[in-house]
Design a protein around this ligand. Structure first.
Ligand SMILES: Cc1cc2nc3c(=O)[nH]c(=O)nc-3n(C[C@H](O)[C@H](O)[C@H](O)COP(=O)(O)OP(=O)(O)OC[C@H]3O[C@@H](n4cnc5c(N)ncnc54)[C@H](O)[C@@H]3O)c2cc1C
Length: 336
């Protein structure tokens, strides 16, 4: 491998977690490479025009925010290689980590790797979903977008804990009315949450319809708003149309970690297992940051925070070869 392909730190994924890790790592003068599968770095937040909960910015578009993060990381020397999907990583005998891109066409190696490939909201793939997501009328995150639906009538979709919790959250803080649909009669969510949901249904704030599937989201002719949505009864097949101003889909997340299977430990859902204090994974020299890790809060600020922790722990790993074997309480008990 050529010297130019060797780095102190390689970061997989150029979203907020990866860019924050790169800022810290490059600013500490470690040679730092971000490998990003898309043509542009930035991650999920590139998909939204309105971010109102990133401290310091009352309102900023996702692309603007990550553009600033990218320039800041590059200013300190981080290199970003776009169109470079990582397909595998391996621990090498000399203690470094090999990272392969483009189905093994090219390889790099690093003393430490930070995994930050994020995760994607599961989509239903119904007609109108992608178009209305673009128009910011379909959302997958109540914390991110709830405030945009004050006094509006919205639809929520799903039956798990997140769907029930976030429907209650939207009903009690923002929406005038919610129509909630779920494809089964029974919920996967905990009974205590379902009981609470029922209270809001009885109070008339939430109209709960089961078993229904979302059939399609119909835009207004100019494509700027939702005209109505169509839902289909799962047993009778009857289609109804409902007038709503926004749709929240709570149908799960998919971590982008398939390429790491067999290399690092993950939980059943594919989120990368780690020591939450140090973000060490099961593979020596490899850390994890952001939405792809287990127990992530899945927000911009927490993804950035993870990136910072991972970069700082990388530094500690470089300083102390036995870092990997020390219990996390001993690693961080001194503070920084
Ligand atoms: C529409 C929308 C609106 C949101 N609004 C808000 C909001 O208002 N406030 C908030 O706090 N959060 C919001 N979020 C959530 C926030 O965007 C995420 O929590 C955050 O982006 C997670 O950052 P990350 O770096 O962990 O992952 P991501 O942002 O997912 O970035 C991961 C990056 O890794 C790349 N990647 C994946 N696999 C590979 C691979 N194999 N090789 C190389 N690169 C790879 C991806 O292309 C991506 O660029 C929103 C999310 C969406 C989708």
């Amino acid at each position: 491998m050529d010297e130019q392909d060797k780095f102190d730190v390689i970061i997989i994924g150029g979203g907020p977690a990866g860019l924050s890790a790169a800022l810290y790592s490059a600013r500490d003068r470690y040679s730092t490479l971000i490998l990003e599968k898309n043509g542009l770095p930035g991650g999920q937040i590139m998909l939204t025009e309105r971010v109102e909960n990133y401290p310091g910015f009352e309102s900023i578009s996702g692309p603007d925010l990550v553009q600033r993060m990218r320039l800041q990381a590059e200013k300190f020397g981080a290199k970003i290689l776009a169109n470079s999907p990582v397909n595998a990583i391996f621990g090498r005998d000399d203690g470094t980590i090999e990272v392969q891109i483009n189905d093994g066409e090219q390889a790099f190696c690093a003393r430490s790797v930070i995994l930050a490939p994020g995760s994607d909201y599961r989509q239903l793939g119904v007609p109108g979903e992608a178009e209305m997501r673009q128009a910011t009328k379909v959302s997958y995150c109540a914390t991110c977008d709830g405030a945009f639906y004050r006094d509006r009538h919205i639809m929520t979709v799903g039956g798990g804990n997140t769907a029930v919790e976030d429907t209650i959250y939207l009903a009690t803080r923002f929406a005038r009315k919610i129509t909630m649909i779920h494809r089964r009669e029974e919920f996967r969510a905990q009974q205590v949450l379902v009981d609470e949901l029922q209270k809001h249904v009885s109070a008339g704030k939430i109209d709960l319809k089961t078993p229904y599937n979302l059939e399609r989201i119909v835009p207004t002719p100019d494509g700027a708003e939702i005209h109505h949505v169509e839902i289909r009864h799962a047993q009778t097949g009857a289609v109804e149309s409902v007038k709503v101003e926004g749709v929240f889909l709570f149908v799960g997340m998919v971590p982008n970690t398939g390429f790491l299977r067999g290399q690092v430990e993950m939980n059943e859902a594919g989120y990368i297992a780690c020591d939450p204090a140090t973000l060490r994974t099961s593979l020596r020299g490899v850390f994890v940051a952001g939405d792809c890790r287990q127990q992530a809060a899945m927000q911009l600020t927490t993804a950035c925070g993870d990136g910072v922790v991972a970069a700082m722990m990388t530094k500690e790993y470089f300083r102390n070869p036995d870092f990997w074997l020390r219990p996390s309480a001993k690693v961080i008990s001194q503070g920084w």
